[in-house]
Write a protein that binds this ligand. Sequence first.
Ligand SMILES: Nc1ncnc2c1ncn2[C@@H]1O[C@@H]2COP(=O)(O)O[C@H]2[C@H]1O
Length: 265
Amino acid sequence: MPPPPSPSLHTHTDESELLVQMPLVMRTAIAGCDNQMLVDMLLRLKSIVYLPGDFVCKKNIDFHHFLLLDCVDSYFQVSVLGCIVSHFLFVALGFIVFHYSMSVSWVCRLSLPVSFSLGVASLLLPSLAHIFPLQGDIGKEMYIIKAGEVQVIGGPDNKIVFVTLKAGCVFGEISLLQSSKDGGNRRTANVAAHGFANLFVLDKKDLQDILSKAPAAAAAEANKKTGMALFAPKPPTPKMLRAFGQFNKAAFIEKLKLASSGDKQ
Ligand SMILES: Nc1ncnc2c1ncn2[C@@H]1O[C@@H]2COP(=O)(O)O[C@H]2[C@H]1O
């Protein structure tokens, strides 16, 4: 008797079984989708697990990461470090100048104030980042949450949680769909994994391919035109309704009075 097939070697799968395992939001969305589009999309999805706190999308560059100062958690320490680093740079510069037998007096005189200013500048860097925010990542992928949660975060030190997205939610699509003019393809928010998050990732190019082939895309284009009809001038009111529209209450009461006085006579 042949051995029973191992579960991992099944050649075909029952779609309804697969569907049951998906988050409810995804199942509902799938129900209204074009079949070919779904197949196209599913074949291109990659599954990635993000660790707790990992950034999936970045709107702002974090200056502590930027300066490679993850271990330094206060602006004061950053500025002190800035002073020390710039002072050593000047000492090195002085050494080079001295080595080439040039005057070092101006280097010595400038060393302290410049080190100090650079220290102050490094103190101000995080505040400057809020005034002149650096542009974030260019969106290259969008995500569907398979399991776990992600949070859209912002504010100082990304402490504010704007929204928590759960299994079945889609995000990271805005920068993919916006035009690149005026930096429109930059991430509009920071998104980080809240606990372990298993995400399906879809490339920008794959998304564009799917949308260009999908009949739904054409329908959406057509809908833009038909949708306008909803706001177009309304058709003229039918005759009967127009008669109601011209209904004059005072004249009607006058007619009633006349009729009743005629009855009495
Ligand atoms: N208020 C919000 N609610 C839900 N999702 C958001 C919100 N703001 C931003 N996002 C998502 O966060 C993503 C960040 O990258 P994108 O700008 O590409 O696309 C963004 C949206 O998908």
